[in-house]
Write a protein that binds this ligand. Structure first.
Ligand code: PMP
Length: 432
């Protein structure tokens, strides 16, 4: 697809088409699916699904190693995916794209292979309070190992990282600043350019977690001038088990191997020891997820034209969904958003006065509506907002106003139904 048409776009997703609620009798409310859990993972378009099967049927061989033609073909497809990824985020060189299992592993590579080697007692790592655990726990581990200290940037009432606090929190002691481009709960685009600039001004390394941004925002790592940018394929209509670590060349060069094994070495000898391969292979030990990487190329081909199209229709459609859903939720008096103002991507986090989050999520599921409840891997954010959890509704560009209407009707009637809900319960019970 090179242009965006909401209906045509939706038609590309077999799981949605096969389970479209409008295909079923209205009287049987639990048939069909409304998938509103896109921040967790998106559905996959047919060309991505077909690509996976096509790879195994036509190309399957190990990459980089053999001298036979099939391996050469697989290697070309695998490295073409790297080139597409380089173009997708506008990295300068192809060897700045390192494959990982996902954003989580990409961050762990940075903490394990760089931060662990460079941090000293009393050095500071700055994180935002709304980070996903994937961008907290690896830093906590490395802080424990090195004696470094974690400092936390707060958010403002709107849920954006509070730039007024930058000068106070990021200082000469700061060695790493790691923050999400967009929080997976709040859905607001953080002012990362300011953060990257501030990190640079004190000589700190900037790490941007783009897991929630890549499906919605066109990324240009050279324009951002961040040191690292990480993301997962499965949140941008691609396969699970594939992630990207982008890094500035000199930093990647300076990193020690993450894992040892095949592919990441130049020479191995019991007499002379080991010498390592060049980038990107030095950081990619063992047989990679070849089918996943090749399939990921299809999701880039699918998404990239929509993110960069001059008509901007993909972004405009998402914006119309945001406005529509935000207004509809705002009209329900019992709905309390966890931060003020409409989100920048279609992710809505809220609680419902007098109702358990999990009860509502389960009741909605019985109507065929998939949403999420809990802490969303952002326990420090919940702690800060004095919440023990919340509901999260996350849409993608294949969702429709009709689906939002159906969801709002169901939510409203569940709220109104005092027989099935216990209104005396404590709100926001912890749900793991
Ligand atoms: N960061 C953010 C903001 C996320 O939303 C997620 C996934 N929920 C991750 C990191 C981790 O991604 P993955 O589980 O694909 O490694």
């Amino acid at each position: 697809m090179t242009f965006f048409d909401p209906q045509l776009f939706r038609q590309q997703f077999p799981l949605l088409v096969d389970n479209d609620k409008s295909n079923f009798e209205k009287s049987d409310s639990n048939t069909g699916l409304i998938y509103f859990d896109n921040a967790a993972t998106t559905q996959k378009p047919k060309q991505v699904i077909d690509s996976q099967q096509g790879y195994y049927q036509e190309l399957n061989a190990n990459v980089h190693r053999a001298s036979h033609q099939l391996s050469t073909k697989a290697t070309i497809a695998f490295e073409n995916a790297r080139a597409l990824t380089q173009k997708f985020i506008n990295a300068q060189h192809i060897n700045q794209i390192i494959w990982s299992k996902g954003a989580t592993e990409s961050i762990n590579i940075i903490t394990h292979s760089l931060a662990r080697n460079t941090l000293k007692q009393g050095d500071e790592i700055v994180l935002c309070v709304s980070e996903h655990h994937a961008n907290i726990v690896p830093w906590q581990i490395v802080a424990e190992q090195t004696g470094a200290i974690i400092k936390v940037l707060p958010i403002n009432a709107l849920g954006y990282l509070d730039v007024n606090q930058l000068d106070k929190v990021i200082t000469e002691k700061t060695k790493f600043v790691a923050c999400a481009h967009i929080s997976n709960v709040i859905g607001k685009i953080n002012p990362i350019s300011l953060i990257i600039e501030k990190a640079k001004s004190v000589g700190a390394i900037s790490v941007i977690d783009g897991a929630q941004a890549v499906a919605h925002v066109n990324i240009d790592v050279q324009a951002l001038d961040c040191d690292f940018y990480v993301f997962s394929a499965h949140k941008m209509y691609g396969p699970t088990g594939v992630g990207v670590l982008y890094g500035k060349q000199a930093l990647l060069e300076s990193m020690s191997p993450y894992q040892g094994g095949g592919e990441m070495i130049k020479t191995v000898s019991f007499i002379n020891g080991v010498t390592y391969n060049t980038l990107p292979f030095k950081l990619e030990a063992g047989t990679p997820n070849i089918a996943g990487v090749v399939t990921f190329a299809e999701s880039i081909k699918f998404l990239s034209p929509l993110l960069t199209s001059v008509d901007n229709n993909y972004a405009l459609y998402e914006k119309s969904l945001i406005d529509y859903c935000y207004q509809a939720l705002s009209k329900i008096p019992q709905v309390t958003f966890i931060v003020e103002g409409a989100p920048d991507i279609p992710v809505f986090a809220f609680t419902v006065v007098g109702h358990h989050n999990q009860d509502l999520a389960i009741a909605l599921d019985a109507h065929g509506i998939a949403i999420r409840s809990g802490h969303h891997c952002a326990m420090p954010l919940m702690e800060t907002l004095s919440l023990r959890g919340c509901l999260r509704v996350s849409l993608a560009a294949y969702n429709t106003r009709a689906e939002v209407d159906y969801f709002i009707d169901c939510l409203q009637s569940l709220i109104n139904d005092n027989h099935t809900m216990d209104n005396n319960i404590e709100n926001n019970i912890v749900l793991l």
